[in-house]
Design a protein around this ligand. Structure first.
Ligand SMILES: *Cc1c(COP(=O)(O)O)cnc(C)c1O
Length: 360
């Protein structure tokens, strides 16, 4: 049995070294006589795992001390509701930048709670671009500005952090968190579902500035209130203990690789290699302008869509799997998060060149 290069957009590959470590520790963790899955979340063993995971994430992302890190359940999608519930305070309107399918979902959910001002909308060009700073129609009275730095489905990524003139900036970083260094202090809140670049699905990480806590609407359920989780160390109820542990192993692995600077270098190179092969021929195409191309989700189409099935079948024979694009956009998508080794990208590039040659 061999592990293949899995280009899934999420749940995505995890580093092999992390999986091997988890395998070694599966039945019995560090002399405790039990599996991490069987531990009390309040016991000293699990507390040491949880604390270390948070500390390693703080180190890796250089998270300032005035931010809380929360390990929550319900994936990124729960955040679509939790953000307005917690951050509106006494305001009745929020700004949303609409750059794709994930932005749209966040917007639909926010509309249950407040007036949504669409600060920019790229649906007109099929969500293949990002708006410039000058194009953002921001409302200075908004409770917050929400955007999706990397749109996982179309493969579009902001090449700048929006300037909001002091209005809290909230980012759904599900598919780009940990891909390179970022300045956390530019954000009021960052959230991410784990299954792209962090660990197993179900877990969501929230990084929130402390002054934003305690403003939740009165009827906010306890489980949906960030303050509940901040006060309880993300242990108000039983957290997703095993996913949290796995995330901790991933953070440790990132540190060993040289942190986010090293991750960013490899990721940039991986993406460049794929876009280079796409751009070098008219056999493949990607509609996204260079400045807005995602490092994590590289989408491309074949000039002749009749060849899609043969392309995918041949790729699978070469151990390159899950390359089919999202049903809403078609074509192909290669998701190349941190755990996709550079050799996986090299193998895909070689396959793409060979497939093209064989068709001519
Ligand atoms: C995957 C993804 C989500 C959804 O995550 P869930 O954990 O399934 O809720 C939200 N936003 C973005 C940008 C994503 O890539």
């Amino acid at each position: 049995m061999a592990r293949k290069f899995n280009f899934s957009a999420g749940p995505a590959m995890l580093p092999t070294a992390v999986m091997e470590r988890a395998q070694q520790e599966m039945l019995e963790w560090n002399g405790s006589g039990m599996s991490v899955m069987e531990m009390s979340h309040r016991g000293k063993e699990y507390m040491s795992i949880a604390t270390k995971a948070e500390k390693d994430l703080r180190d890796v992302m250089s998270i300032p001390d005035n931010y809380k890190v929360l390990f929550l359940q319900g994936g990124a999608s729960s955040q679509f509701a939790m953000v307005p519930l917690n951050l509106l305070g006494d305001k009745d309107s929020a700004d949303y930048i609409n750059t794709g399918i994930w932005s749209k979902k966040a917007i639909a959910e926010a509309k249950r709670f407040c007036n949504v001002n669409i600060a920019a909308d790229t649906s007109g060009d099929g969500f293949t671009t990002v708006p410039t700073q000058a194009e953002l129609k921001l409302n200075p009275d908004a409770a917050y500005v929400h955007y999706t730095p990397n749109e996982t489905i179309a493969g579009v990524e902001f090449d700048y952090i929006p300037e909001t003139g002091g209005v809290p900036l909230v980012a759904d970083m599900s598919s780009t968190i940990l891909s390179r260094p970022i300045d956390v202090s530019k954000f009021a809140m960052i959230y991410a579902g784990a299954q792209k670049n962090i660990g197993p699905a179900g877990l969501a990480i929230v990084i929130i500035r402390e002054d934003l806590l305690g403003k939740a609407a009165e009827k906010t359920p306890a489980m949906f209130n960030y303050k509940t989780h901040a006060d309880g160390g993300s242990m108000y109820n039983t957290p997703a203990t095993y996913s949290w542990y796995m995330a901790g192993l991933v953070f440790e692995w990132i540190k060993e690789q040289g942190g986010l600077t090293a991750m960013g270098e490899v990721n940039h190179r991986k993406a460049d290699k794929l876009y280079a092969v796409i751009d070098s021929s008219d056999f493949y195409a990607n509609p996204v302008p260079t400045n807005a191309r995602s490092w994590m989700n590289v989408t491309f189409t074949l000039a002749d869509p009749e060849l899609d099935a043969a392309f995918l079948a041949g790729a699978a024979e070469n151990g390159l799997i899950t390359l089919k694009g999202h049903r809403s956009v078609g074509g192909m998508r290669a998701s190349i998060y941190n755990a996709m080794p550079e050799e996986g990208v090299d193998a895909l590039v070689a396959y793409m060149q060979k497939f093209e040659k064989n068709q001519r």
